[in-house]
Design a protein around this ligand. Structure first.
Ligand code: PLP
Length: 381
């Protein structure tokens, strides 16, 4: 099987798997003061330093969570202030978009969705327009889109937000471990990530909270005082340790890996556009994550293509949306028709992807698309 669904989840890195197993075989609650507890706390401290090194922040600025969904919820629920704007975009992951809708349900005028172009770029000038008349609040924009890979230049956003005292949150789930992420350079106050997108285990993630950012405790979970009162609940020591190990590995050869994966992605696009000349690549091509491509095969339903190539693991739009009857909200926001959105497949590559897999996948996709297209033509004859 060619596994080309890294944006849904990446294979666990061997170093991370080993760290998880080792941690799971040791008893200890990181909040306990006896020796086993202290040992667990030390493991967590190391992971916090490893993750902080990947993000260029200090370890004390990291709050461990169960993943990016929780980190996004925590970020928005603890920063939105009724009466102040919550600025986001229609191409965000549902963990941001639905949370934003929910917290503003009684004051829908507070929710501002910035316009998105057909290339998937959010219109950043619109941030300045919002802040020309309103101040404070929070802006939440993803650094990299999970369906198209399109990147957002957050420094422009941060500058505009800073001038009016608004906080900046970014969902960086798809970029952490794939391209360098430096929170100081991005100038954001809050950043969400999830371990399983970069080779750590599933069910663990983090929220970076810049020192001095005022977050009220208990805005999401009520319970113990873990994570400075911001995230109650026994720490997932094994998950956290696995995430730390993955962070440590990816940090070492991020740029080399990104170059290799970009070349593979470009090769896949070349092979497919050659074999199927009317296919279309979605999103701004020169401002994307290395390993992602979203391709529309006009008139050919993606679910039928995926079913016709069981040995290629790719996805329709996003994994979170597939299975649901609604087409990708990201592609619709970029102006694709419903039919085109339903005829789009996302391929996402990563650190284990090989040349041979790309070769094989390109042939399988071309064959499957041709087969489905001719079956449809036969059916309508
Ligand atoms: N944000 C983005 C951009 C994602 O791609 C995902 C996962 O698909 C999430 C958030 C949610 O991550 P998790 O399911 O690990 O909580």
């Amino acid at each position: 099987v060619s596994y080309l669904d890294y944006n849904a989840t990446a294979p666990i890195r061997p170093e991370a798997a080993a760290a998880v197993i080792e941690a799971m075989q040791s008893v200890g609650n990181a909040s306990s003061i006896h020796q086993p507890g202290r040992r667990a706390a030390h493991r967590v401290d190391l992971a916090r330093r490893q993750l902080a090194a990947l993000l260029n922040c200090s370890p004390g600025e990291i709050i461990f969570t169960s993943g990016a969904t929780e980190a996004n919820n925590l970020a928005l629920r603890s920063t939105y202030i009724p009466g102040r704007p919550l600025v986001t975009s229609p191409v965000e992951h549902p963990a941001v978009l639905e949370t934003a809708r929910m917290v503003t349900v009684e004051r829908p005028e507070d929710l501002v969705l910035l316009p998105v172009g057909s290339d998937g770029l959010v219109d950043l000038n619109a941030v300045e327009q919002v802040f020309a008349t309103r101040s404070g609040g929070v802006v939440s924009l993803m650094r990299a889109n999970n369906e198209t890979g399109v990147l957002t230049d957050l420094r422009v956003v941060a500058k505009a937000a800073r001038e009016v005292g608004a906080l900046v949150h970014t969902d960086a789930t798809q970029i952490v471990g794939r391209l360098p992420v430096d929170v100081a350079e991005l100038d954001v106050d809050l950043l969400s990530l999830s371990a399983h997108k970069f080779g750590g285990p599933q069910g663990v993630g983090a929220l970076y909270v810049r020192r001095g950012t005022p977050l009220p405790p208990r805005s999401l979970l009520v319970g113990g005082e873990q994570e400075r009162g911001l995230r109650a609940g026994t720490l997932n020591v094994a998950g956290i340790v696995g995430m730390g190990a993955a962070a440590d590995v990816v940090r070492r050869d991020l740029s080399e890996e990104a170059k290799r994966i970009t070349a593979l992605r470009d090769r896949l696009e070349r092979l497919l556009t050659c074999a199927l000349p009317n296919c279309r690549i979605n999103g701004r091509r020169d401002q994307r994550l290395p390993g992602v491509t979203s391709i529309t095969f006009p008139g050919v339903p993606a679910d039928a293509v995926l079913a016709a190539m069981p040995d290629v693991a790719a996805s329709e739009g996003s994994a979170c949306a597939s299975g649901a009857p609604t087409p990708s909200h990201v592609l619709l926001a970029m102006g694709l028709s419903r039919e085109d959105a339903d005829s789009t497949i996302r391929f996402s590559l990563g650190y284990v992807t090989t040349d041979a897999e790309i070769e094989h996948a390109a042939q399988a996709v071309a064959r499957a698309v041709t087969q489905v297209r001719s079956a449809l033509a036969d059916g309508s004859r």
